[in-house]
Design a protein around this ligand. Structure first.
Ligand code: RP5
Length: 163
């Protein structure tokens, strides 16, 4: 199976990235995690993206906060799918990172998830890889069913209290 590359702009983004790694581990998807910054280590960030396909990656998650150019800078250097996670790491509550990540120019797309949306970034990667992987698709179907069952349990509890 292709690997997922996870790049974060700073180790202070790790709590958000952990939401993604937890999902990837549960789905048994191989991944690598690195700290590369579009601003502080632009050469390393670029090199990772340029070599990612040859190095066995199938999708890349880029998590960054503030003036979050990391996902865009990665996407500029690969045609692998790039999922951007805007991180809430400033006194602008992540709106700065959201706009910096989502507002990409035509031709260089970044699939942007919600502010701090680490879990959905991993699930989106899984869904991309599952296009060509029936076993992974079955795991995703099972997770959806399990998640739905949990909601119905909550409905039953709430219904028992109020209805
Ligand atoms: C961004 O600046 C990082 O992705 C992080 O979210 C934010 C703050 O970085 P640190 O000052 O904590 O290293 O580039």
């Amino acid at each position: 199976m292709k690997k997922v590359g996870i790049i974060m702009g700073s180790d202070s983004d790790l709590p958000i990235v952990t939401k993604a790694t937890d999902i990837l581990k549960a789905l048994e998807i191989p991944f690598e995690v690195h700290v590369y910054s579009a601003h502080r280590t632009p050469v390393e960030a670029r090199d990772f993206a340029v070599n990612a396909r040859a190095n066995g990656f199938g999708a890349i998650i880029a998590a960054a906060g503030m003036a979050a150019h990391l996902a865009g800078a990665i996407a500029a250097n690969t045609t692998l799918p790039v999922i951007g996670i805007p991180c809430k790491s400033s006194n602008l509550d992540g709106i700065d990172a959201l706009l910096s990540t989502v507002q990409m120019p035509t031709g260089i797309p970044v699939a942007t998830v919600a502010i701090n949306g680490g879990a959905n970034a991993a699930l989106l990667c899984a869904q991309i890889l599952a296009v060509e992987d029936k076993e992974l698709a079955a795991k995703l179907d099972a997770k959806r069913a399990s998640d739905a069952a949990k909601v119905l349990e909550k409905d039953a509890a709430i219904s028992a209290s109020f209805n």
